[in-house]
Design a protein around this ligand. Structure first.
Ligand SMILES: Nc1nc2c(ncn2[C@@H]2O[C@H](COP(=O)(O)OP(=O)(O)OP(=O)(O)O)[C@@H](O)[C@H]2O)c(=O)[nH]1
Ligand SMILES: [Mg+2]
Length: 269
């Protein structure tokens, strides 16, 4: 995060992580397509012929507050998912303020999702950070494909964890905005607690969120979109806590990754 008091500007770095071909670049493309001209910068991608990200993608977004002239700048990155690019992923993760884990819903990808979760944990640790302290949202993408993990299975898994979980068909833009706004919300709340952003920039997080949602062509309210999650819970801006629509949520419960792998505590792996 970078803070510029004089300009009343904060810059956040958000990273889309996940296994190869899960749809990370597709999420950025969908956000780029939705964003108004004033909000979006140039989407930079570097891919091979077969859609594989070689280094990373970057989409800069800028949202001006509705009242006053505070600015929220966001640098959205994707990592390359192929296992050989681990060192690049570590590099891209440096200084991240929040992470989306884009998981592939297909049953055949369960192990790759779990491996990516472990890879994320390890790379964060190598950068001196802890996954339990990182704002994290999980997206189960490719819900349109056959042989995917069932809604019930995902709901059960999501109810066990504390991170917000969203379903998506990123190729059609479905669930992309919900995922992004959830991460934005979570990251803002976390940074605000650590750095007192609202007071320093004289702007409310909700104001910036509203501006972001509007600039990204949201048709539903922010609250409505955040509540489309299937599990997990988080402190929503402007409300004490929004209960999960996916049944009992376990904020305090031991959290599990998208492959059902245990998250952080006790060195379990
Ligand atoms: N059916 C379906 N295909 C999708 C969906 N989202 C992405 N894809 C396709 O999956 C392929 C891989 O998507 P990418 O966004 O390039 O995946 P990535 O995660 O960036 O992959 P790496 O850069 O290799 O890590 C592309 O052909 C996309 O069109 C989806 O929701 N449904
Ligand atoms: Mg990619």
């Amino acid at each position: 995060m970078q803070l510029d008091f004089a300009a009343r500007e904060v810059t956040m770095k958000l990273v889309y992580y996940g296994p190869a071909l899960s749809g990370k670049t597709t999420n950025l493309v969908a956000l780029h397509d939705r964003a108004g001209q004033q909000a979006r910068g140039r989407l930079m991608t570097l891919e091979t012929k077969n859609d594989r990200t070689l280094f990373f993608d970057l989409l800069p977004l800028t949202f001006k507050s509705e009242t006053g002239d505070a600015k929220l700048r966001i640098k959205l990155f994707t990592v390359p998912g192929q296992p050989i690019h681990s060192s690049t992923r570590k590099l891209v993760l440096q200084g991240a303020d929040g992470v989306v884990l884009v998981a592939d819903s297909r049953v055949s990808e369960t192990e790759n999702n779990a491996a990516s979760f472990i890879d994320l944990r390890d790379n964060l640790r190598a950068n001196g950070s802890e996954i339990s302290k990182m704002p994290l949202v999980i997206q189960f993408n490719k819900r349109d494909l056959p042989e995917i993990r069932s809604d019930d299975e995902l709901a059960q898994m999501a109810a066990r964890g504390r991170e917000p979980v969203y379903k998506a068909i990123a190729r059609d833009g479905e669930g992309v905005l919900e995922t992004f706004l959830a991460l934005l919300n979570l990251s803002w709340v976390t940074l605000d607690k650590r750095h007192d952003l609202s007071r320093k920039l004289k702007v409310s997080g909700m104001d910036l969120m509203k501006s972001a949602a509007q600039q990204l062509g949201a048709t539903a309210s922010i609250q409505e979109m955040l509540e489309r999650r299937i599990g997990g819970s988080f402190e929503a801006l402007g409300a004490a806590s929004v209960p999960s629509s996916g049944g009992a949520s376990g904020r305090a419960a031991a959290s599990s990754g998208p492959g059902g792998s245990p998250r952080s505590s006790g060195g379990a792996g």
